[in-house]
Write a protein of this length. Structure first.
Length: 119
């Protein structure tokens, strides 16, 4: 699996409100496990995955949909984001489903968390 990542803010895009809630819950849980790559703090990076889960919340499929910017920082960010999603599983989903998860780094929030920016 080719993937990449960064410290971030997660958001969820899904077809229905119920799916959006589940995607948001998964994103919130996964960000606790995410360790972004060096250099992610200086750029806004977006990564999207389609994640298939079974009834127990285990990941049965993880597909990288897109990341930007391209290049090594994007690939590294996607890789670490995928690792975080896998490391934090299982998720409370209640039934088999597939959701789209967006993960984003936001430089100002990263700097604030490490003491390099204003609160």
């Amino acid at each position: 699996m080719k993937l990449t990542a960064g410290l971030l803010v997660f958001s969820a895009l899904a077809i229905s409100p119920a799916r959006a809630d589940i995607a948001g819950d998964i994103a919130e849980a996964a960000k606790k496990c995410w360790v972004p790559p060096a250099g992610a703090a200086e750029r806004q990076i977006e990564v999207a995955f389609d994640i298939s889960l079974d009834e127990a919340g285990a990941i049965t499929g993880l597909t990288l949909v897109t990341f930007r910017p391209g290049g090594e920082i994007g690939r590294s960010t996607a890789r670490t984001a995928a690792e975080a999603l896998q490391d934090c599983a299982p998720y409370a989903v209640g039934r088999d489903r597939t959701v789209r998860i967006w993960m984003r780094t936001e430089p100002s929030r990263i700097l604030n968390r490490i003491g390099g920016g204003d609160s």
